[in-house]
Design a protein around this ligand. Sequence first.
Ligand code: PGA
Length: 261
Amino acid sequence: MEVVILPDRATAGQLVGGTIAELVGKRPEAVLGLATGSTPLVVYRDLARRHAAGELSLGRAQAFLLDEYIGLPTGDPEAYRAFIARELEAHVDFAPGAVRGPDVRAGDLVSACDDYERALRAAGGVDLQLLGIGTDGHIGFNEPGSSLASRTRIKTLTAQTRRDNARFFDDDVERVPWHVVTQGIGTILEARHLVLLAFGPEKAAAAALAVEGPVTAMVPASALQLHPHATVVVDEEAASALHLADYYRETWSHKPDWQAL
Ligand code: PGA
């Protein structure tokens, strides 16, 4: 695992945006795994800027969302499919139908989860998966206790996650859905490169447990330790509880020019 400590989230957005641009430059039909929430916005802003500057086309790329709320009213702007349409698709050139999320309106949700797994496989798997981390250590919406081998399925959110996400729903926790569909941890681990972003002091404890704690279903993000190509990008605040922070800084400052993220 590579841990990169950067001064601020804008710098992190440029670094990860640059990595995605490089991937798509080499492999225009790349499959991207998209995260939602506030954390990946800096990456999406960077991709939009690169597209506007003529440096990046996603016209042949595909993308899959990590997760989606169940039960939001049709057209709710906080649905993750709507979030990605607004924050990313509107600013780049994905082909129609190239961005997909779990079908949470299907009559048979269990089959819809299996369909999503099949669609991921049919696309050849995810090349680069963006991830945020919950204050409770979740990735996607895999809450503590999620099997490290889990696949796309229905989950119930913890009270902590519902409180954390109330800020997207006018601070009204009652409006935050109880249920979601999320890629499983086993699904996420099949992506070829995992890039987890964490910013701000409220993420420091979860980031430290994920990177330096034991691998445990109680901290779903600790499953990244099992992946052969995982990158964790944090700002100074989110890095504040890392025991090996100085080592990560030294590693980054001595990283050979030829070595990509
Ligand atoms: P956030 O959420 O980016 O809005 O902090 C992260 C997550 O829950 O994965």
